[in-house]
Design a binder for this molecule. Sequence first.
Ligand code: GLA
Length: 395
Amino acid sequence: MLPTAPVSEVTVESLTRRFRRDFGSDPRVFRAPGRVNLIGEHTDYNDGFVMPAAIGFDTWVAAGARPDRSLLVHSDQFHEDAELSLDALAGPPRKHWSDFVRGVAAVLEASGQRLSGANLIIEGQVPMGAGLSSSASLEVATAIALLAISGSSVPSVELAKICQRAEHEYVGTRCGIMDQFIAVFGRSGHALKLDCRSLGYETFAIPSGVRLVITNSMVRHDLAAGEYNLRRDDCEAGVNILRQSMPEVSALRDVTVADLEKHRSTLPEVVYRRCRHVITENVRVLSAGDALRSGDLAHFGRLMNESHRSLRDDYEVSCQELDLLVEIASACDGVYGSRMTGGGFGGCTISLVPSDGVERFQDNIKDKYQSATGIIPDIYICSAAQGAGAWEKKV
Ligand code: GLA
């Protein structure tokens, strides 16, 4: 068999060729990865803890400067062009893929950058609507491309915050910082435990002998559809009520399980359950860090399973297909743990599987999921990848 070039080289070559054909010059090429979250779901916008890893699916952007203030953007995924003016970026979400580009450019300019016009070709390889953060990878790849061709840069934490703000204001999802942060800070072979209040983080090597297996339910989720923002509202309602008896509370991060139980009668039932998910999930992320540190994968897996139950029953962001995938995974011999990952309402599960059991795991999941739902799931065996950057040819 002939050796095949890595996906990245093939992608860069084909992007470069097309850019030359369409714009008559050589581009610079940038990439930013998607992510999988091992544990810590819907905690980031509550100032809590998360534990994501970047994955080997990227959004790629080939970019070149233009002498005017236009952005000419081609999206491979949508087979469509968009033309934007850097002088007319403002406006509400248009529910179009170009909102991401418009938003990033607008927030960069609003934060004091003077961007150059640009020709861009975007190739997204992160599955869309699968809870693997294709949006943040597009935002971050676009931001570093626009900055670089304008001869500028911003500190990495700022970069993540700018992309988050672009999603709030130009896409309409009031997301937390997790996805943009890991797209920037991802470290090959490692998961990050991030404190979403201080933005301090700790890296944990993914132990040898286990694989991160992502199973795509093939049920698409759409965070901008409103449920996501509603969960945020529930959390804010909880904080407002709890603050009446605990003025020091500024986010659910500041509330313990004991505090919550003590004040349970002051909270509407749904708000109580939303808060219980967030508060117990924060405790689970901290325990998960300890478990990884001491190599206790069995404990880590149990925490993943508990996280799923809490997301299903208290936070109500799972769906039948995700529950079924978790159920099948949990019944597989040797699997440490499994849970839905990302915003929910469809998308993917993450399972921690011993390396020597991966093949059996895949066969099992495919068989049982397909016979119960008629859907063939995509399964990705992932390694933790490096965060965003410019493509540099290795010699
Ligand atoms: C989406 C958001 C993140 C986070 C997760 C849920 O991916 O973009 O900020 O809130 O959902 O954990």
